[in-house]
Write a protein of this length. Sequence first.
Length: 293
Amino acid sequence: MPWIQIKLNATNDNAELIGDMLMEETGALSVTFLDAQDTPVFEPLPGETRLWGDTDIVALYDAEADTKLVLEQIKASNMLVEGFAHKVEQLEDKDWEREWMDNFHPMQFGQRLWICPSWRDVPEPDAINVMLDPGLAFGTGTHPTTALCLEWLESLDLAGKTVIDFGCGSGILAIAAIKLGAAKVIGIDIDPQALVASKDNAQRNGVADQLELYLPQDQPENLLADVVVANILAGPLRDLSAVIKSLVKDEGKLAMSGVLDTQAEDVANYYRDEMTVDPIVELKEWCRISATK
């Protein structure tokens, strides 16, 4: 069915209140927050603030919705300034899942590693191929933070090593580590659905017996790994720095991402007391921080 999309310009101070109002009072079917560069704003952790000031709000409505009435309701809420910027668009009816599948291609990371969707042919059968279909949790290799971590893992000699994927999400980094030669990989995530997605993806890749998955409260005590990778967010990387450092063996290696270029040095400073930090690597405003303990 066709849809109507209304895009409003707001700020980080009022965006969430406006989003709630659109859902509760105007009948929006969904609300998405975008930054000035159309980067999706994902759900922040409790107590975390958004990273930017100017925010666009995109609300989706049934094609039969009265957009004039919706705009009047928005104006009457007094949440936006007089003459607020807005745009109303008609979205054509498409098989969005099929269109998305058509545009998702195998991706290469480093020299040996490929991430491949199941509906595509594997480009190099003799390469290290991780078969991954997006599902319950974020992490397909398309985001710069995931790409940075995959390239880092591919550059290491993981033969016989123990790896911890801290915030494992879809399991993409954990599965890649196993296929790159790690003897044992442990995935940790606060979201039970992420553990389900990681397990399913590990089974699809035939490596489930080499992957241990835990919620933080259930993980074994005194965990230590030769390699730790944490693709989460700047806030948790700062708040949990002591925990993350404690997981790395002496002479072990750590890589972190989910960090914007404006946050990278601050996050790195939380690790310099116990680790030697490498030069920070940037990709499309996102950064990877790697270090040796």
